[in-house]
Design a protein around this ligand. Structure first.
Ligand SMILES: Nc1ncnc2c1ncn2[C@@H]1O[C@H](COP(=O)(O)OP(=O)(O)OP(=O)(O)O)[C@@H](O)[C@H]1O
Length: 214
C-alpha cells in the first residue's frame, strides 16, 4: 500500500446551525499512515466536523472525499473503507458483545472472522463479558466494545470522537499502541481528542478549531 496516498480530502467545509457558523473554509488532507487530531475548546466544532466527514451530518458547503470519491454513507465501497467510533450508544440492544463483533466481521466479508473476533475480544479485554448485552457493560467496557467494532472490519480511514473517553490509564496506553500499529500498516486516522498522551503516542498532527461565530 502506498504510504503517502491521500485518503481523506476535505475542502472548504462549512457548517452552521441556524445563525451560528461552527466551521467555515476548513481544508484538510489526511494521508495513509497519518493521524490528524482536531483540537479546540468545548463547542469548537470537533464533533460537528467529524460527523460531516463520515456523512452523518450534511455540510452547508464544501466537499468531503474518501480515496477520491465523494463521501456517501450508502456507497458500499466507502462504507468498507471508513470505520467510525463516534459514540458508544449505537448498539443493537439484543445482540451480545461477541455477536456484535461477529456480525460486523461477517457482514464485511472478513476472512476467518472467528479468529479475528477472538483476537480482538482478547485485546480489548472483553472475553469475560463476551456473552453480555451492551446495556449490562460498564461505561468503559462499552467504549472498548465501540473501539473493537473498528478493529474487526476492513478500514482505510478511522474516524474517532474522543476515543479515550472512560478508558482507564492502561486502556489509553493500549489504544495509543494499537493506533500506532494501525498507522504503520497505512491506516489514516482523524480524531477529536482532549488527551495529550494519546495524541503524543500517535504523533498526531494538530488542527485547532476556533470559536464558532454568530
Ligand atoms: N444539532 C445541533 N443544533 C444546534 N447546535 C448544535 C447542534 N450540534 C452541535 N451544535 C453546537 O455546535 C457547537 C459545536 O459542537 P460540537 O459538538 O461540534 O463541539 P466539540 O468541539 O465537539 O465540543 P466538545 O469538546 O465539548 O466535545 C456547539 O456550540 C454545539 O452546541
Amino acid at each position: 500500500m502506498a504510504k503517502r496516498e491521500v485518503v481523506l480530502t476535505v475542502e472548504k467545509l462549512k457548517k452552521a446551525y441556524g445563525p451560528v457558523t461552527i466551521v467555515e473554509g476548513l481544508d484538510l488532507k489526511v494521508h495513509a499512515g497519518e493521524a490528524v487530531a482536531l483540537t479546540g475548546r468545548n463547542g469548537a466544532g470537533k464533533s460537528t466536523v467529524l460527523r460531516c466527514i463520515v456523512g452523518a451530518d450534511k455540510p452547508d458547503d464544501g466537499s468531503v472525499k474518501v480515496l477520491g470519491t465523494k463521501m456517501n454513507e450508502t456507497n458500499p465501497e466507502i462504507r468498507r473503507s471508513v470505520a467510525t467510533v463516534i459514540d458508544d450508544l449505537d448498539f443493537f440492544p439484543d445482540l451480545s458483545v461477541v455477536e456484535h463483533l461477529d456480525l460486523l466481521a461477517r457482514a464485511h466479508g472478513i476472512h476467518e472472522p472467528d479468529a479475528l473476533v477472538d483476537e480482538v475480544l482478547e485485546e480489548v479485554q472483553l472475553v469475560p463479558q463476551a456473552s453480555q448485552l451492551p446495556n449490562t457493560l460498564s461505561s468503559g467496557q462499552r467504549r472498548r466494545l465501540a473501539l473493537a467494532t473498528a478493529f474487526v472490519r476492513p478500514r482505510r480511514l478511522l474516524v474517532m470522537d474522543e476515543p479515550e473517553q472512560r478508558l482507564d490509564v492502561e486502556g489509553i496506553e493500549w489504544l495509543g499502541n494499537r493506533l500506532r500499529e494501525e498507522l504503520a500498516d497505512g491506516l489514516a486516522i482523524v480524531l477529536a481528542s482532549h488527551e495529550p498522551a494519546l495524541l503524543k503516542a500517535i504523533n498526531a498532527r494538530e488542527v485547532r478549531l476556533g470559536e464558532p461565530r454568530g
